[in-house]
Design a protein around this ligand. Structure first.
Ligand code: NAD
Ligand code: HSE
Ligand code: NA
Length: 435
């Protein structure tokens, strides 16, 4: 390695769950990081909201409540954005890139909406924009997709990419614990977003799906183009029913290439789904994430690890920081955004899915025939039917084979109108099967 170069100035924006851990590692591992980079990393400042708050292990002189002034300092070479949200993160990152500084961010909400603008600024100013921490926390997924698989064709990226909801669903499956209590615990452990609606309503997973789909399929997919359903409607009853079909329930993010009438499109979707208990994703519990990648030549790859939490996320941030710093020292550049394929995003209606429909029915002869008739009318074949209870508590559960999501949802709408169907109590998709 060449002799140590001049110090590289680092600005950290935000000292919350992730920022605190990044600053700790930067300080504690300074010597190792210097040896790996070929230059020392020097912390020039940390932008915080509350200057009066005690920050253990940080020199008070480094704290500032003016992030823009910090970003624009001449002695800052790398900016680490850990504020979250669009404002003021977008402007700060743009200012950094336009000032010739490389940026590392964990901000999926921002990357899923503004990656085009930010990547262009990075390209125009010949600096790096890294965001490994934005998807699946500590797990390397961005780098494998952009670098290791750069010579392959990815067909599918799917898995569990939100730690908070996986933590909640795992607890519900295990102990039947109440939703609110588990969510509060996820916040306390540093998994949840500042506004946990982003987690439980699936927005966070949708942002990650948009980033994964864009990278995997060399196209640009934004969060608003991802079909999104959250977990707030999932109850203990759904878990009981899932168990009867040897399944559990997971919030999945699925990005795949699909063929729609001869045209290749991207499907990017997030929803809670029944997953067979013997499927690898069924055993991913707590704040752990798992992402399965299917590529034409590599075949199937699995990535598993901690998808949320301060220290695991900081690990991914530091990895990016070392890369960006090395590029400074050795005059290299990270991979540029690749959107040459420009594939369109399919509507959820066009995607082939399997449905699980649980309904309360009138306990009269012929109900099963009428219900199955509605599925048959739309060309949907039924895989399993289960009748439960009797009288006022008569229930029918139908699991279908794959058909267009439009045909499936139209059938549910028709069932809801039938006199003999008193209530459609639960509709979930079934994933992780081949039929
Ligand atoms: N926590 C995780 O597990 C995790 C994992 C992966 C990615 N992320 C992402 O990392 C980022 C940070 O997450 P977090 O969990 O650390 O959030 P957090 O809410 O704990 O921390 C954000 C910090 O930024 C500060 N801040 C916000 N606006 C500011 C401003 N204008 N000036 C100065 N300080 C400001 C807040 O006061 C807070 O301390 C987010 O983009 C999040 O999505 C978090
Ligand atoms: N809130 C996010 C943080 C990690 O991106 C989660 O729970 O997965
Ligand atoms: Na990651």
């Amino acid at each position: 390695m060449k002799e140590s170069s001049r110090p590289i100035g680092v600005a950290v924006l935000g000292m919350g769950n992730v920022g605190t851990e990044v600053v700790r590692i930067l300080t504690e591992k300074a010597a190792d990081l210097q040896a790996r980079i070929g230059a020392p990393l020097e912390l020039r400042g940390v932008a915080v909201r509350d200057l009066s708050k005690e920050r253990k292990g940080v020199d008070r002189a480094l704290l500032t409540d003016d992030p823009m002034a910090l970003v624009q300092r001449d002695d800052v070479d790398l900016v680490v954005e850990l504020l979250g949200g669009i404002k003021p993160a977008r402007k700060l990152i743009l200012a950094a890139l336009e000032g010739g500084k490389s940026v590392v961010t964990a901000n999926k909400a921002l990357m899923a909406e503004h990656s085009g603008e930010l990547s262009k600024a990075a390209e125009d100013h010949r600096v790096d924009l890294y965001f490994e921490a934005a998807v699946a926390g500590a797990i390397p997924v961005i780098r494998p997709l952009t670098q290791s698989l750069a010579g392959d064709s990815v067909n599918r990226v799917a898995g569990i990419v939100n730690g908070t909801t996986n933590f909640i669903l795992s607890e519900m499956a295990e102990s039947g614990a109440g939703y609110g209590k588990v969510l509060a615990e996820a916040g306390r452990l540093g998994y949840a977003e500042a506004d946990p609606t982003a987690d439980v309503e699936g927005y966070d997973a949708a942002s990650k799906a948009a980033i994964l789909a864009s990278i995997a399929f060399h196209s640009r997919v934004t969060a608003s183009e991802v079909h999104r359903e959250g977990i707030t409607g999932i109850s203990a009853k759904d878990f009981d029913a899932a168990k009867k079909f040897d399944c559990t329930i997971k919030l999945l993010a699925i990005c795949e290439r699909i063929d729609v009438d001869g045209e290749q499109k991207i499907s990017a979707r997030v929803y809670p789904a029944l997953v067979p208990l013997d499927h690898p994703l069924a055993t991913v519990n707590g704040a752990f994430n798992a992402v399965a990648v299917e590529a034409e030549n590599a075949g199937r790859l699995m990535f598993y690890g901690q998808g949320a939490g301060g220290a695991p996320t900081a690990s991914a941030v530091l990895g990016d920081l070392v890369m960006a710093a090395r590029n400074r020292v050795f005059h290299g550049r990270g991979p540029l955004e690749s959107t040459y394929a420009g594939l369109p995003v399919a509507s959820i209606d066009e995607v082939p899915t399997r449905y699980y429909v649980s309904m309360k029915v009138a306990d009269v002869a012929g109900v099963l025939h009428q219900v199955s008739g509605e599925f048959a009318k739309r060309g949907i074949s039924i895989a399993a039917v289960r009748q439960e209870g009797a009288g006022d508590d008569a229930r029918l559960i139908v699991v279908t084979h794959r058909a267009s999501d439009r045909a499936q949802s139209d059938t549910v709408a028709a069932l809801e109108k039938m006199d003999s169907v008193l209530k459609v109590s639960s509709v979930l998709r079934l994933e992780g099967t081949n039929d």
